[in-house]
Design a protein around this ligand. Structure first.
Ligand code: KG4
Ligand code: ZN
Length: 374
């Protein structure tokens, strides 16, 4: 049997039910993700009540599959790590209750994990697979549908990454970047979630003329804070002022209703102005994320950037970070797509730090809607 500390990770903070087995916080034996996108799609966002019910349906088969793929029995595990927060309380409670029950029945420790810390560990998991060891301290950007936050991360990596200490540098004052993607995609009749399709349409836009330009966002006070709701509103006003977009939007909404939602099916329904608008929106988001992160790198004097969360899968964001990091002589690390979006391998990896620190929970463990890292 595999040597090392075998941890089952359970994740249910939002709209993905996930389970994974990771050894010593580095080696992924299995990682299973059941996405609820099909359930929430017609509402254009996650409906909390439906999410909880779906987690209840999925949690048992997902954990079973993770154990089967890992080739292990539940008794072989050394511990169970579960996301405690932040997230939707009703959703979190499904994973927590299942984790508690398993841990109690098996007589194994239960380790509470901060979902955001999971996203940080996703970067280290990926780096390990490639034989890299990101140097600390680092600046870490977590950018997803629920979060857009910048931290300075300090810590050791002697027996595996962590424990880490965090200092919050900035965060969004309104929408998360992924939320802006999802809302703009909805306005344009491009479906849910918006990030992946807008990412590809922006690339397909090439150099069509820009129908509008979005300037850099200004935030009073902390220069490392983000704000994306103004950009979303600017897109909304632009669409209202230009009724010529509405025919295309209707056609795409019709296509979505008929289940034609792939990039190849939607691209021909986007005219040059729509493609230009998508490209300008993405340019504005990427510029904002990269510029503020680079300012944080400057301020903290670090040589490493970690980028994680669903939006970290964005092709332009990755290319832009690569270019800027190279220019400045610093290193940037991202998880691959499957580890960027919500998954349980990152939760099991983060739980390994808790395991070494003996940071165990008892049956009183409760969900936390809000759970800042610092
Ligand atoms: O990390 P994640 O799976 O869940 C949260 O914790 O929120 O992130 C999901 C978010 C969604 O808003 C989705 O639109 C966005 O990540 N996303 C992207 C891309 N892929 C996913 N945004 C921009 N470009 C992408 N390629
Ligand atoms: Zn997440």
């Amino acid at each position: 049997m595999t040597q090392g500390v075998k941890i089952l990770g359970i994740e249910s903070s939002c709209d993905e039910t996930a389970a994974a087995v990771v050894v010593d916080g580095r080696q992924i034996l299995s990682s299973v993700v059941a996405s609820q996108i099909d359930v929430h799609r017609k509402y254009g966002g996650v409906v909390p009540e439906l999410a909880s019910r779906e987690h209840l349906r999925q949690i048992v088969p997902v954990v079973r599959e993770a154990m089967e793929q890992a080739g292990l029995k539940l008794e072989d595990l050394d511990a169970i790590g579960v996301t405690q927060g932040p997230g939707l309380v009703g959703s979190l409670l499904v994973g927590i209750t299942y984790g508690k029950t398993l841990a109690d029945a098996l007589g194994k420790p239960l380790i509470p994990v901060n979902h955001l810390e999971g996203h940080v560990h996703a970067v280290f998991l990926e780096a390990f697979q490639k034989g890299h060891l990101p140097r600390l301290p680092a600046v870490c950007l977590i950018v997803s549908g629920g979060h857009t936050v910048l931290h300075e991360v300090k810590g050791t990596q002697q027996n595996g990454p962590g424990p880490f200490a965090y200092r919050k540098l900035g965060g969004t004052r309104d929408d998360a970047a992924g939320e802006a993607y999802d809302k703009v995609a909805k306005l344009l009749g491009l479906g849910y979630p918006g990030g992946p399709i807008l990412d590809r349409l922006a690339a397909a836009a090439g150099n069509v003329p820009a129908p509008v330009k979005f300037g850099p966002t200004k935030t009073r006070g902390n220069a490392l804070d983000f704000s994306f709701s103004g950009l979303k509103t600017a897109v909304l006003y632009h669409l209202r002022e230009h009724p010529e977009y509405s025919g295309g939007i209707r056609q795409r909404e019709e296509a979505l209703r008929e289940g034609r939602r792939s990039f190849a099916e939607l691209l021909p329904l986007c005219d040059a102005a729509t493609l230009g608008l998508v490209r300008e929106f993405q340019n504005a988001v990427v510029r904002d994320l990269v510029e503020r992160t680079m300012a944080a790198v400057e301020e903290c004097g670090v040589e490493t950037i970690l980028v994680s969360g669903g939006v970290a899968a964005n092709a332009q964001l990755r290319a832009s970070f690569q270019a800027r990091a190279e220019e400045r002589g610093v290193k940037v690390y991202f998880p691959e797509r499957g580890l960027s979006t919500d998954n349980a391998a990152m939760i099991a990896a983060a739980a390994y730090t808790g395991f070494r620190e003996k940071h165990f929970a008892d049956v009183g463990l409760n969900a936390k809607a809000s759970m800042p890292l610092a």
